[in-house]
Design a binder for this molecule. Structure first.
Ligand SMILES: NC(=O)c1ccc[n+]([C@@H]2O[C@H](COP(=O)([O-])OP(=O)(O)OC[C@H]3O[C@@H](n4cnc5c(N)ncnc54)[C@H](OP(=O)(O)O)[C@@H]3O)[C@@H](O)[C@H]2O)c1
Length: 165
């Protein structure tokens, strides 16, 4: 499949590529949530059904929410897509579309993403969901902003932006 639609992935990843456990996130970083809101507001966000139901507020306000599922029942306030192809069809053509998870959706959209907004959490976590390993021959690190731990028992993290080479 080929697409000219602008597709970005936004994700928070541990040092061991862990992203989730028991359909929950592995950490709470309030600055990262603010950054997520700032980057994605006014845009289309695309997610799998598990991630949709893990959101505290759903659908995410001020964004077009595309939810991918094999289940036919529509979810109020969301645009449903029953395949990756259908999700791409329903994306904006000239405004960034953000893939927001989870594991299965990141994996399937990874070949189509031109930009990765990664919050790199500088710690390893036990998890059941992981992000694909980055092949650094295919990605160029354009920005890296180190961030201090938010609390005394917390961990440092970095905001990284990669562009496909
Ligand atoms: N660290 C982060 O930045 C981040 C971000 C988001 C999520 N997460 C974590 O990721 C985990 C959830 O990931 P997940 O992989 O379990 O679930 P998911 O990707 O959110 O959703 C999986 C579901 O999406 C639907 N789906 C996937 N591919 C499809 C396709 N090609 N066609 C039709 N439907 C499709 C299926 O729904 P049906 O069963 O309805 O068919 C599938 O069960 C959670 O732990 C969450 O907290 C982490």
């Amino acid at each position: 499949m080929n697409t000219s639609k602008p597709i970005s992935i936004i994700v928070a990843i541990a040092e061991n590529y862990a992203i989730g456990l028991n359909n929950s996130l592995l950490w709470h970083i309030s600055d990262d949530l603010k950054r997520f809101k700032k980057l994605t507001s006014g845009h289309t966000v695309v997610m799998g059904r598990n991630t949709f139901y893990s959101l505290p507020i759903r659908p995410l306000p001020n964004r077009k929410n595309i939810v991918i599922s094999d289940i036919i029942e529509p979810i109020e306030g969301c645009t449903m897509a029953y395949s990756i192809e259908e999700a791409i069809e329903k994306m904006d053509s000239d405004n960034d579309n953000f893939i927001i998870g989870g594991g299965s959706i990141y994996k399937q959209f990874f070949p189509f993403a031109q930009t990765l907004y990664i919050t790199k959490v500088h710690k390893e976590f036990e998890a059941d969901t992981f992000f694909p390993t980055l092949d650094m021959r295919q990605w160029k690190l354009e920005e890296s902003t180190p961030m201090l731990p938010e609390t005394i028992n917390s961990f440092s993290f970095s905001y990284e932006v990669y562009k496909r080479v």
